[in-house]
Design a protein around this ligand. Sequence first.
Ligand code: SF4
Length: 284
Amino acid sequence: KDFRNDIRPNWCPGCGDFSVQASIQRALAAMGKEPHEVAIISGIGCSGRISGYINTYGFHGVHGRSLPTAQGVKLANRNLTVIASGGDGDGFGIGLNHFMHAVRRNMDITYIVMDNQIYGLTKGQHSPTSAHGFKAKTTPEGNIENALVPTQIALAAGIGFLGQGFSSDVNQLVSLIQQGIQYKGFALINVFSPCVTYNKINTYDWYREHVYNLDNVPDYDPTDRAAAMKMVIETHGLCTGLIYKDESRVAYEDQVPGYAANPLVDEDLHLDAKVFEEAIREFA
Ligand code: SF4
């Protein structure tokens, strides 16, 4: 299966998003998916371009709104593997409200966030995940707000699958994406994806020095929610790997009474073209 297309990404050389793109492509190929079985829905930001760079169905929507769109796609065609993607500003700034409700709702969607702790597309403003004291164009004296920790918020909201990756560790990221897709419910994979152009603090070397890789902690139990929260707090949100997984949650789609296994897109809605046109005229 080839998930590559002819479009050349216009990310800056060295941007962490290249690894995220490659990891999604590798994960889908390893799972034996076909391009027509997958939809990637993205928001706005450098990360938002990813839906155009992978050979699947794609939708590049509006800022912070990839999740509502992804949920609509999933409801219309539950047979699709739906991946929502975004950035830290996109998903945890304007899109945070949608994120909390997506966690609560628990549709079978994998949400991959490229978290670089800055707004890259708009040329370097501090973002919700920028650390306290972080200097950016908008915070020349240092950020006076505390950083939002996505993994902490996700656990507090009751997420069923939580992973965190790093663009430099593609093998781990591929594995997390596969596990997220296999999980029957809403999965967040937050990825430390360095912005090499505007964030000169959180570089590849900075992450290499600071991440705490749970793959190297044999007695860590990702089914223990309290332990997961403790780990996230103690590592200041910098642990990578599978942080938490709850197999007991049931996906939204599987709870809708009478929701047929047959996708909505395959239903014959018996639409009468005349009635439809009249309705449109009425509201025009
Ligand atoms: Fe990547 Fe930053 Fe360049 Fe955007 S500005 S493409 S996030 S390196």
